[in-house]
Design a protein around this ligand. Structure first.
Ligand code: DGJ
Length: 743
């Protein structure tokens, strides 16, 4: 998959779906980008892609009459080589300047891709992936840069990661070190990003790329509710199902930058990596720094295909093997049912009822430890509250497992409250400069996870609880950002390392838990979707997407998240009405029909439900379990966008295209509506499908071109369709389609 022209030093990575081409530039030995997109032929040389023209006003590299990098597409640009755009790496040298020149030295190709130490990355067996690493040596110091490119046989994906090693005798300071840079000729591009805030995360925006710099980022110590490190760049005519799209995602959970710089020569520079904001890393002699991994996906069939490629790729090469195949438990969580106000009796009451309705797992949320009756304290004191749980967590967990259910427990490992023994003993373990303002958020403070001893101490506390009781699931929450980065243990010149070291500490705790409790299923959470990213998916195959559990709001949040993340990663629950975040009343059916396109569970006081509603819940659980494999492993299609229309639809089709599940939702009911047909996608044209709940059998081709009729057909000629649009706000329909075998 990796073609190298040894003479011209040209590299072409191609798997028949995509091509990525770059070369070593004449005379400068700098890496020049030539092409990324649809697969193209392998040529003896790519000279014809090289663009050289000295423009008036260009500064030229010393010793060259023709070379200005001002408008040349590059692989990993630096400052001081006539390029005035943002660089991918910026080093502060002992001399105080930042002038670099990384020149090609050698390359290496490896079969297979292993996990690197300390950072989450995608992996693959030798027959699945090849990795090209290009080594570049700095002309002015002993710094060596390694740029790695992974190409997978079956995915339109290139992975990128960069590493820098200091072989010099003096320390250098990294001020900017990104994971990838891609310079592309502009085609009137637009870009998509996922922005929002707490309880309204993942709002999909599509904007024109304007000349100059635009970016989304985080400066909060976590990827954040506000922006996501997933962006896409597409041509203006691109739709869900046609047109060119380039998707970019960073496998990282801390401060990120996803930037697009469109210059006045019509080159769009796309950069992803650790946010240089508040970042400064001292690289001592013999030390290396490794960037997080970035993933680039190309699709010539629109946004939907790009999303499916991300979904497939993450399901197969990022999420831990065990959780690729094992069915996720349908859970019930007590948070919105009780908040902090519960005791063993209440919890058991909920669990008993849940178990009788077929729910697999009970998750005990916040409030089980210390003396935590409000969100005012006890974080860091991971000892059960015997007032609420007289037999402790072990006693409760045993009773719940005796019901035939699994038991899960909430932790917020990275946080500390000032009323805890931990704080009394180690007040310096808190992030912040004691001589200056240290803000609180939700009455709590952040533990300094840049310190290995802090990570170890929290691991020990968590491990003691997990060893003592039959716990198969942990919900790992994180409810505030870092607002004053400062570590009491790091010297002054290393304070710029706190943010990244912190997130490495978070990964370290995940690693430790995974190693000590290999069968533990961890769901990540950060006040909902405050840290929903591919980095954490490596450790925690599912994430609580949002604290907003309203079904109608969730349509947007789940739709947005599907841009880059598979449904098996999307934590989604049916909660009580009136909804606690927006006060809206929606039916149990609609709440179920939305939550079903995710990991699925309940978050309400199930004991309050009468027999009729309990029966509905039992049936929803059965329905989800019957389709779980289809939902979690199939191809997801976005059909109608909640950002554009009152009617929303999506569907999943199994890989063998023998079955599909379609969700249709209406926000507000309309008087005397026009007929509605829903054009399906992804079915096998010739396959005949039975539509569950009706006696209709229709060919895939017909369902994709004529569509599914959503109004009642009173002639009944096609057979009765039991499900039709209800005259009600917030109504929904779910259709299951299954292949009918011809006799
Ligand atoms: C925020 C989470 O998103 C909620 O689901 C819940 O776990 C609370 N924290 C508990 O404090």
């Amino acid at each position: 998959m990796i073609y190298v022209n040894e003479e011209n030093l040209e590299f072409h990575l191609s798997n028949g779906q995509i091509s990525y081409i770059f070369r070593v530039m004449e005379s400068t030995d700098i890496m020049e980008q030539l092409y990324f997109g649809e697969a193209v032929d392998v040529y003896p040389t790519y000279d014809f892609l090289v663009e050289r023209e000295v423009k008036p006003g260009n500064n030229l590299l010393e010793g060259s009459g023709t070379t200005s990098l001002e408008q040349i597409k590059q692989e990993f640009p630096v400052y001081g080589t006539t390029d005035f755009r943002y660089s991918a790496v910026e080093v502060e040298y002992p001399t105080g300047d930042s002038i670099s020149h990384f020149a090609f030295q050698k390359y290496e190709i490896k079969q297979g891709k292993e996990k690197v130490n300390g950072l989450p990355t995608t992996t693959g067996d030798p027959e699945e992936v090849e990795v090209l690493t290009v080594f570049l040596k700095d002309r002015y110091s002993g710094l060596v840069l390694e740029l790695s490119y992974g190409i997978y046989r079956n995915f339109p994906v290139i992975t990128r990661q960069s590493k820098i090693t200091n072989y010099d005798e003096q320390s250098m300071r990294l001020e900017r070190f990104l994971s990838m840079n891609l310079d592309m000729p502009n085609e009137d591009y637009e870009w998509l990003h996922l922005s929002g805030a707490w309880a309204r995360e993942m709002q999909l925006s599509r904007d024109k790329i304007i000349t100059g710099v635009q970016h989304v980022s985080s400066t909060r110590g976590a990827t954040g509710h506000m922006h996501n490190p997933m962006i896409a760049v597409c041509t203006p005519e691109t739709t869900e199902f046609s047109g060119k799209v380039y998707g970019f995602n960073l496998i990282y959970s801390g401060n990120f930058l996803a930037q697009i710089e469109l210059d006045t020569y019509d080159i769009a520079r796309i950069q992803l990596g650790i946010n240089p904001f508040q970042f400064s890393w001292e690289l001592a002699p013999k030390e290396s720094f490794l960037s997080p991994e970035a993933v680039m996906v190309f699709s010539s069939d629109g946004l939907n295909k790009m999303s499916q490629s991300f979904h497939d790729f993450y399901r197969e090469h990022l999420i831990a093997k065990q959780w690729q195949t094992e069915a996720r438990p349908v859970l019930i969580n007590n948070w919105e049912a009780t908040y902090f106000d519960f005791n063993e009796e209440k919890i058991l009451e909920i669990a008993e009822k849940a178990s009788s309705l077929g729910i697999d797992l009970f998750v005990l949320d916040d409030g089980w430890f210390g003396t935590r009756d409000t969100d005012n304290g006890s974080l860091g004191n991971w000892v059960e509250d015997k007032r609420k749980l007289p037999k402790g967590i072990a006693g409760l967990a045993k009773k719940i497992t005796a019901l035939g259910m699994k038991f899960g427990l909430w932790f917020e490992p990275e946080m500390i409250s000032k009323d805890t023994p931990l704080y009394k003993k180690h007040s310096d373990w808190l992030i912040g400069n004691p001589a200056k303002n240290i803000s609180h958020g939700r009455n709590q403070y952040v533990l300094d996870f840049s310190r290995p001893e802090v990570v170890e101490a929290i691991f020990e506390q968590m491990a003691a609880v997990l060893r003592d009781a039959p716990i198969s699931y942990v919900k790992w929450d994180m409810n505030r950002y870092i607002s004053e980065a400062y570590s009491n243990q790091l010297p002054a010149q290393r304070q710029g390392e706190v943010f990244h070291r912190y997130i490495l500490g978070v990964y370290e705790l995940y690693e430790k838990l995974r190693e000590a409790f290999p069968n533990l299923l961890i769901e990540s959470c950060a006040g909902g979707g405050g840290r929903f990213d591919a980095g954490l998916l490596y450790y925690a195959p599912q994430a609580w997407l949002s604290d907003d559990t309203d079904a109608i709001e969730r349509l947007k949040i789940q739709y947005g998240a599907s841009l880059g993340y598979p449904l098996s990663a999307i934590g989604s629950h049916v909660s009580v009405v009136p909804n606690h975040q927006v006060g809206r009343l929606t039916s149990l059916e609609t709440r179920g029909n939305v939550a079903m396109f995710g990991t699925f569970g309940y978050e309400l006081d199930i004991t309050q439900y009468d027999e009729a509603d309990s029966d509905k819940i039992r049936k929803q659980v059965e329905q989800f379990k019957a389709h779980q494999s289809l939902i979690h492993k199939g191809d997801f299609y976005r059909l109608k966008s909640p950002f554009e229309s009152n009617e929303i639809a999506w569907m999943v089709v199994s890989k063998d295209r023998k079955e599909a599940l379609v969700g249709w939702y209406q926000v507000l009911s309309r008087p005397n509506p026009s007929y509605q047909r829903l054009l399906l996608q992804g079915l096998a044209s010739n396959c005949a499908y039975r539509i569950d709940g009706s006696d209709q059998v229709r060919k895939g081709r017909d369902l994709m071109n004529i569509g599914l009729l959503l109004a009642d057909n009173q002639l009944k000629k096609l057979g009765e369709q039991k499900q039709t649009i209800e005259k009600a706000d917030f109504s929904s329909l779910l259709f299951y389609l299954q292949e009918v075998k011809e006799d």
